[in-house]
Design a binder for this molecule. Sequence first.
Ligand code: GTP
Ligand code: MG
Length: 191
Amino acid sequence: MKIVSAHYVKSIAKVEQIPSKGLPEIAFAGRSNVGKSSLINCMLNRKKLALTSSSPGKTRYINFFEINETFYFVDLPGYGYAKVSQAERNSWKRLIESYLTNSVNLRCVIQIIDSRIGPTDLDLTMIEWLTYIERPLLIVATKIDKLPQNKAGKLLKQYSQKINLPIIPFSAIKKTGRKELWQMIQKVSSN
Ligand code: GTP
Ligand code: MG
């Protein structure tokens, strides 16, 4: 995929604020700090388009990025961050669920897990729920650069068996899996 243009459009706190152009949307979901924003930047060959941080909870709203004037990348707030209040966690949860349920132009959800941790209970709940609401889903295990190479294959196979879905290994630092993920995104988005 050649990235001709990629720019930030807006942050939304309500589904009614989804950009009105009606372009297809590809959303990125996962636990807080798992590496969603870094993965988006890597996919787009941009360093700081989506804000990243070593402290969790950086992405608080749903951020829209317009790519090649033909579709949106949607950066979702991370779930499961323990250090924010229950009220705030509930409000993120409502926002994410309402977006994923109601978006008309959402073509695919990229569900990101940490390759060192595997799918957590919250990840499993999310995957089950996305399957239940029949959203096309791709699973990516990121931060693969942090795993010794001889362990990575075996671990990912275990995770994959646990969720009964294929997993794309990814590293935002080494750009591992970038090409493969683009191919998969293009495939599901063209359906
Ligand atoms: P929230 O917006 O808080 O939900 O976080 P996020 O999921 O967007 O994570 P973010 O991209 O901000 O990354 C969190 C931390 O993980 C940062 O310190 C990144 O540098 C680091 N990180 C992200 N991807 C990778 C990766 O592939 N490899 C390594 N080694 N570190 C990564
Ligand atoms: Mg983020």
